[in-house]
Design a protein around this ligand. Structure first.
Ligand SMILES: Nc1ncnc2c1ncn2[C@@H]1O[C@H](COP(=O)(O)OP(=O)(O)O)[C@@H](O)[C@H]1O
Ligand SMILES: [Mg+2]
Length: 264
């Protein structure tokens, strides 16, 4: 006898999602930047966010991470309402993000960048004079994380000299140093040479596969998203048009006319 019901499924309510936004809205002056956005990101899923420039994708991330306060609605992390909490409180609750533009220290080495990210997370003073010693746990961890993103042979390189693809991998190692459970990636492929896209895609996949992170990522390249995400949310002029599998989203006529018909 076969069953399509997985073991343990079908009993009780569905588990609490890692991230949920409920009726999230932002009005600035007379402009409605985001309106009534609601969706869930179940624990362990990778969800993409697409939409034309100016649709509100980065703003959505700013609301989720606490950079901006919404004018309506809530953000829930693991079921807890964090809408009134600061960026730091949300980071301590397990939320990590990268920015659309690079946020690393270009003059420091690759390893120093990751050590600093973990020092900041642990609440210690940032110390540039605290040079790594071989047995230093922070350095060991930095080297492990850099190995896991494929930068194990770049430890002493100046971060600013890395190619874009490697800078993004470094930012992901810095993010992992903060031990996040939910990560927000804003256009991780921006500026990355096409030859570096598959390697960076693998690193993003490993966030979910090897580090157990739940991932919400803005990415314009549908071919990248297709290989990574279970669902895609489509934003358009501050509205959520659809959230579904990549195939269903691409086949949705509303989405096609609103978004896919436009040049990327
Ligand atoms: N602080 C702000 N003040 C006024 N308008 C803003 C602000 N931040 C973003 N916007 C506007 O909100 C809209 C969405 O921007 P953004 O979230 O950056 O879009 P996306 O990331 O999808 O390209 C744009 O029209 C932008 O000009
Ligand atoms: Mg943006």
């Amino acid at each position: 006898m076969t069953s399509t019901t997985p073991a343990g499924a079908g009993v009780g309510p569905s588990p609490t999602p890692a991230l949920e936004v409920r009726g999230l809205s932002l009005r600035i002056g007379g402009a409605q930047i985001l309106e009534d956005i609601s969706f869930v990101v179940p624990t362990g899923q990778v969800v993409g966010v697409i939409g034309p420039n100016g649709a509100g994708k980065t703003t959505l991330f700013n609301l989720v991470s606490g950079v901006l306060a919404p004018t309506g609605g809530q953000v829930l992390l693991d079921g807890a309402d964090v809408t009134g909490r600061t960026i730091t409180q949300r980071a301590n609750a397990g939320l990590g993000r990268t920015f659309q533009t690079s946020s690393l220290f270009p003059g420091l080495s690759v390893e120093e960048n990751v050590r600093l990210a973990s020092q900041v997370h642990e609440g210690g003073a940032i110390s540039l004079v605290r040079f790594p010693r071989p047995g230093d746990p922070a350095s060991r961890r930095a080297r492990d994380l850099l190995g896991s993103v494929g930068l194990g042979d770049r430890l002493r390189h100046r971060a600013g000299d890395l190619p874009h693809g490697d800078k993004r991998k470094l930012e992901i190692a810095m993010l992992l140093a903060t031990d996040p459970s939910v990560v927000l990636l804003d256009e991780p492929m921006a500026g990355v040479a096409s030859g570096d896209v598959p390697g960076l895609t693998d690193v993003i996949r490993s966030l979910h596969r090897d580090h157990g992170c739940t991932v919400l990522m803005v990415e314009h390249h549908m071919e990248v998203l297709l290989g990574l995400v279970e669902r895609v949310a489509v934003l358009h002029f501050g509205h959520l048009l659809a959230i579904d599998t990549p195939e269903a989203v691409m086949a949705d006529p509303t989405v096609q006319s609103a978004y896919l018909g436009e040049p990327a």
